[in-house]
Design a protein around this ligand. Structure first.
Ligand code: FAD
Length: 435
């Protein structure tokens, strides 16, 4: 089929399904609604918007027997200032602090939902169970979505012209295999189930992993624990002042009954290991016919980490990590809505797949392992600019980019103090620090 024909088919799009009412799903609903003739149908398994910001002290399963989704902990403050976290068209409410408690982000998402009048389009307590493509003779497939009403237990099926998957990817813990871990007599917990530091009082805790959660939780535990061993394989030690009972050690290579052996051959006794080792991508509702695979942490076949190259009426918002999340969701969603309303014609499948292949090759040429394909880090602005360019949008402002980069740069050197800093966006070009 020619691309112009594909464009005219997309122009007739009406119902766009959205799985999840976290930041990504809300942003999707907001931009779908802004397009004349398109209506979102959002299914959300919980009773509230907010996704991972919807804190619960509970761990394990919820009252419906579903795994608890949120990974928030009681005292979490954002590791990005609100001035860069906000959606580009919706600033956080004015306030003194830049680094907010999670409850303020939850409130922000609730206000966003009200402001854009999204509540009528969200079906709460509705769990998406099964998604199947309805292949047509021509054009992209429609989608059959089977949903369970968690309160009544009833199932229903809806057919949508397109589907945006916004189910989040910070819920299903990834736990590394550690040699002899079965011998360890202490406790093991993943950061997904961490809620507050007091249960760790007097314990010797190994925090495995020194990404955002590992560093933050290490600082929370220090005033309570007897000792915190921050175990990681970063090329250099974290260059920050740390509490006096925190010691940096190499990555864990094996367990014993009472402790762990580290990569440099040293060992230490420990009562608890707290895995801050990340999460898995999972889409348990996608049937085989959806043709989506996850190999070595890479979701395929996605064009620009976003659009299914075989079935372009299916897209995944928020797959990349180490990004500036809400603004990137906004760009990704606006690219998708432009495609769905026929304003933007995608390249052919062959071209889209070749684009992904080139990206694999580029990443491997600069030494990035394949399993980090969706990790943006220093490639973040390059990626975000490419999405903006493809969608015909203004790129992220210099003020947001430089503030994000500054925080990123200073964070590791001042872990104990950086969240006290306050910033202000002066204009699209500049930000300033508020002293
Ligand atoms: P989620 O927020 O996870 O939302 C997904 C939604 O989908 C949930 O509501 C879930 O219930 C629903 N859902 C899933 N499966 C189904 C189904 N089958 N049927 C129906 N509904 C379903 N970002 C920042 O910008 N700043 C920070 O400081 C920051 N700190 C973070 C700290 C932690 C501990 C974590 C885990 C993440 C943090 N993030 C931070 C990243 C954060 O994940 C993103 O900002 C963003 O909120 C992710 O939104 P999402 O919509 O993609 O996913």
């Amino acid at each position: 089929m020619t691309q112009s024909r594909l464009g005219s088919i997309f122009r007739r799009m009406k119902h766009v399904g959205v799985i999840g009412a976290g930041a990504a799903g809300l942003c999707a609903a907001r931009h779908i609604l802004a397009n004349q003739g398109m209506v979102p149908i959002v299914w959300e398994q919980s009773e509230k918007v907010g996704g991972t910001w919807n804190f619960t002290p509970q761990t394990g399963t919820d009252k419906h027997g579903l795994p608890i989704h949120s990974s928030m902990y009681q005292n979490l403050k954002t590791n990005l200032p609100k001035e860069v976290m906000a959606f580009p068209d919706f600033p956080f409410p004015e306030g003194d602090e830049s680094f907010l408690h999670h409850s303020q982000v939850q409130k922000y998402l609730e206000i966003y939902t009200e402001h854009f009048d999204l509540y009528p389009y969200i079906k709460f307590s509705h769990h998406v169970e099964e998604v199947k493509p309805i292949i047509k003779d021509s054009g992209p497939p429609s989608w059959s979505i089977k949903v369970k009403d968690l309160n009544s237990g009833e199932f229903s099926t809806t057919v949508c012209d397109a589907l945006l998957v916004c189910n989040g990817h910070y819920s299903i813990p990834r736990v590394p295999v550690i040699k002899d871990i079965e011998n360890f007599k202490g406790s093991q917990i993943h950061s997904h189930n961490y809620r507050e530091p007091s249960p760790y009082t007097g314990n010797r805790v190994v925090v495995l992993g020194a990404s955002a959660s590992g560093l933050d939780i290490m600082l929370e535990l220090a005033p309570y624990a007897k000792e915190v061993l921050l175990s990681h394989n970063l090329p250099v030690a974290i260059p920050s002042d740390l509490p006096s009972n925190v010691r940096q050690v190499r990555g864990v290579v094996a367990a014993s009954e009472n402790g762990f052996i580290f990569g440099d051959g040293t060992s230490a006794e420990a009562d608890i290991i707290l895995y801050c080792t990340g999460y898995e991508y999972t889409f348990p509702f996608l049937t085989k016919e959806c043709n989506v695979t996850i190999e070595d942490n890479v979701v395929k076949p996605l064009y620009k980490h976003l659009i299914h190259s075989t079935f372009p009426s299916l897209a995944f918002i928020g797959i990349p990590f180490q990004i500036c999340p809400f603004p990137l969701f906004d760009f990704q969603v606006r690219l998708c809505t432009k495609v769905l309303c026929g304003e933007l014609i995608l390249p052919s499948k062959k071209e889209m797949d070749s684009d992904s292949e080139k990206e694999y090759e580029y990443r491997s040429s600069i030494g990035l392992p394949r399993r980090h394909f969706h990790k943006m880090g220093r490639l973040h602005w390059q990626y975000s600019d490419s999405i903006a360019q493809e969608a015909g949008l203004e790129p992220m402002t210099s003020a947001v980019k430089t503030l994000f980069d500054t925080v990123h740069r200073v964070r590791r050197g001042s872990l104990m103090t950086y969240k006290k800093r306050r910033f202000r966006i002066v204009n699209p070009e500049f930000y300033e620090e508020v002293i």
